[in-house]
Ligand binder design. Structure first.
Ligand SMILES: NC(=O)c1ccc[n+]([C@@H]2O[C@H](COP(=O)([O-])OP(=O)(O)OC[C@H]3O[C@@H](n4cnc5c(N)ncnc54)[C@H](O)[C@@H]3O)[C@@H](O)[C@H]2O)c1
Ligand SMILES: O=CCc1c[nH]cn1
Length: 481
C-alpha cells in the first residue's frame, strides 16, 4: 500500500521506504509532505480550531471519551500495527495502547473543569481570567512509542480546545493514521487532528509556519535544539521531551528480587529503545555479585523473536543502522574495559522468515566505570551498564554527573533514605522501588538537557493553554490627565 498526502503534482520532497524491522523488508512507500502540504494541513487545522474552540469542555470531553472507547475496542488491531511498524512485542504494544486511551480519558475528565478565576477589586470592580487554547499546535514524534506519543500530545491539546498537526517519525508512520481515523469517527471537526508524513524537512516547515502556535517535540537532544531555535524565530512556546542516560541506584538493603525485576524493566522494554531507561545501574558493593548474577540469569531468559507471537518479550531494533550503532557501543565498551556478561551479539531467530530482521541479544555490561562511553552516552538499545558504589553521598554525586536529567530510580527498604535520595536526584521523573511505570495522572518530563515542559498530569493543561486577564471597571474612569 502507498501513503501519499496529496497528488504528486504538488512539490514533493522525498519518498520514504517503510521497512518492517521484523523481516527487514520494505512493505510500503510514502510521500513526504512538502511546504505546500504542511500549509494545507495547518490551514485545515485552523478552520477546525474555529469550531472546536467554541465547544464547551463537556462537549469536548464527550468526544474524547468516545475516541478513548474506540481505541479500547480496536486495541488489538492498533497494537498489531504498532508491532509490525516498530518491532516491539505485541504484549508490550498493548500496554502502550492502554496508556494511550487512558490519557484521552484523563484529559476528557479535566476538560469540563478548566477555567479561570474571579478576583474582587476596589469599588465593586473586578477581574477574571479565561483559560484559552493556543490555536494550531504541532506535535513531532519519535519512533519508539508512535501511537502513545501522538496520544499523549493530542489528548491535552484537544481537551484545551486546540487543533493539532502531528508528524510521526518516518520510521513509524502508520499507527498515528489510525489515531486520526479514530478522532474523526469520534466526532472531532474534520482537520482538527491532521497527520503529515516526512522527516526533518517536513518538521522544519511545521515549526516555521506562521499559523502554528506551539510545538511539542519528542526526540533526541540534537534535534530538540534545532526545534527550539526554529520555534524561537516565531516566539513559539515549545515542549521538549528529549533523551536520557538515567541512573538506577540499588542499595544493599533492597528487596533484591524486586530490584532485579526493576532493573529489567528499566533496561529492556521496547528493545531498550526507551528515553527514560535506567541504563546506569549503580549497585552497592555488598550485593554486587548476587545482583549481577541474577540480572544476567534473567536477561538470558528473555525470549527474542517474532514480536507478534504472544510469548515473545523482545523483538527487533528499529532499523539496520540503529542496530549497527548499538552494537558499535558494545564494541567500544569492550575496548574501554567493560566486560560483556551476556548478550550483545547479532541474533538470527530460528524462524527462517526472520533472518533479515534487526535482532540482537540483550546485553549486560559489568566492570563499568563512569568515564566509559557506554556509561556517558544514550545508547537507546538493550544494553545495561552495571557500576558499583559504596556510599549514598558518592552515588548521588556520580548519578547526577550527567547533562541529562530525564529519570532516576532507587531501590531500598529504608523509607527515609528513599525520599532523601530522590530529593537530591537531578531528574524530572523519579521512581522508588519500581521503574518505567507510566500512570497518565503523573507529569512526565525532564530536567537539564532532557528537555522542559511536561506531558500527562494536570500541569500539562498549562502547556496547551494561555490565560487572558479581563479587568472590569464598575465606576468612573479616574484619569491622571
Ligand atoms: N523524553 C521523552 O519523552 C522521549 C520519548 C521517546 C523518545 N525520546 C528520545 O528520542 C530519541 C529517539 O528518537 P528519534 O531517533 O526519532 O529522534 P530524532 O530526534 O532523530 O527524531 C524525532 C522526530 O524529529 C523529526 N526531526 C528530525 N530532524 C528535525 C528537524 N531538524 N526539524 C524538525 N523535526 C525534525 C524526525 O523526523 C522525528 O519525527 C532518543 O534520544 C530518545 O531518548 C524521548
Ligand atoms: O521513550 C520514553 C518514554 C515515553 C513513552 N512514551 C512517551 N515517552
Amino acid at each position: 500500500f502507498e501513503f501519499g498526502t496529496l497528488a504528486p503534482k504538488v512539490f514533493i520532497l522525498e519518498i520514504y521506504l517503510l521497512f518492517i524491522p521484523i523481516l527487514g523488508r520494505v512493505i510500503a512507500t510514502f510521500l513526504c509532505s512538502g511546504e505546500k502540504e504542511v500549509d494545507l494541513a495547518v490551514q485545515s487545522a485552523k478552520a477546525a480550531f474555529k469550531i472546536w474552540r467554541k465547544k464547551s469542555g463537556m462537549e469536548r470531553s464527550r468526544i474524547l471519551l468516545e475516541a478513548a472507547r474506540i481505541i479500547r475496542e480496536r486495541k488489538d488491531e492498533i497494537a498489531t500495527v504498532e508491532t509490525i511498524n516498530n518491532g516491539k512485542s505485541v504484549f508490550e504494544a498493548r500496554l502502550d495502547i492502554d496508556t494511550s486511551w487512558q490519557c484521552l480519558e484523563y484529559y476528557a475528565g479535566l476538560a469540563a473543569s478548566m477555567g479561570g478565576e474571579h478576583v474582587q477589586l476596589p469599588g465593586g470592580s473586578f477581574g477574571y481570567t479565561r483559560r484559552e487554547p493556543l490555536g494550531v499546535c504541532v506535535g513531532i514524534g519519535a519512533w519508539n512509542y508512535p501511537f502513545q506519543i501522538a496520544s499523549w500530545k493530542s489528548a491535552p491539546a484537544l481537551a484545551c480546545g486546540n487543533a493539532m498537526v502531528f508528524k510521526p517519525s518516518p520510521f513509524t508512520p502508520v499507527s498515528t493514521l489510525l489515531l486520526a481515523e479514530i478522532y474523526t469517527e469520534a466526532g472531532v471537526p474534520p482537520g482538527l487532528f491532521n497527520v503529515v508524513q516526512g522527516g526533518a524537512a517536513t518538521g522544519q516547515f511545521l515549526c516555521q509556519h506562521r499559523d502554528v502556535a506551539k510545538v511539542s517535540f519528542t526526540g533526541s537532544v540534537p534535534t530538540g535544539k534545532k526545534i527550539m531555535e526554529l520555534a524561537s524565530k516565531g516566539v513559539k512556546p515549545v515542549t521538549l521531551e528529549l533523551g536520557g542516560k538515567s541512573p538506577l541506584i540499588i542499595f544493599s538493603d533492597c528487596d533484591i528480587e524486586n530490584a532485579v525485576r526493576g532493573a529489567m524493566m528499566a533496561n529492556f522494554l521496547t528493545q531498550g529503545e526507551v528515553c527514560c531507561n535506567g541504563t546506569r545501574v549503580f549497585v552497592q558493593r555488598e550485593i554486587l555479585d548476587k545482583f549481577t548474577e541474577e540480572v544476567v540469569k534473567q536477561t538470558k531468559k528473555i525470549k527474542i523473536g517474532d514480536p507478534l507471537e504472544e510469548d515473545t518479550r523482545m523483538g527487533p531494533l528499529i532499523n539496520r543502522s540503529h542496530l549497527q550503532h548499538v552494537l558499535g557501543f558494545i564494541e567500544q565498551a569492550k575496548n574501554e574495559g567493560a566486560k560483556v556478561l551476556c548478550g550483545g551479539d547479532l541474533c538470527v531467530p530460528e524462524d527462517p522468515k526472520l533472518k533479515d530482521g534487526y535482532y540482537m541479544t540483550p546485553c549486560v555490561l559489568g566492570n563499568c566505570k563512569d568515564g566509559m562511553t557506554c556509561v556517558k552516552e544514550e545508547i537507546f538499545g538493550p544494553v545495561m551498564s552495571i557500576l558499583s558504589f559504596d556510599t549514598e553521598a558518592e552515588v548521588l554525586e556520580r548519578a547526577n554527573d550527567t547533562n541529562f536529567g530525564l529519570a532516576a530510580g532507587v531501590f531500598t527498604r529504608d523509607i527515609q533514605r528513599a525520599h532523601r535520595v530522590v530529593a537530591e536526584l537531578q531528574a524530572g521523573v523519579c521512581y522508588i522501588n519500581n521503574y518505567n511505570v507510566s500512570p497518565v495522572e503523573l507529569p512526565f518530563g525532564g530536567y537539564k538537557m532532557s528537555g522542559f515542559g511536561r506531558e500527562n498530569g494536570r500541569v500539562t493543561i498549562e502547556y496547551y493553554s494561555q490565560l487572558k486577564t479581563i479587568c472590569v471597571e464598575m465606576g468612573d474612569v479616574e484619569s491622571v490627565f
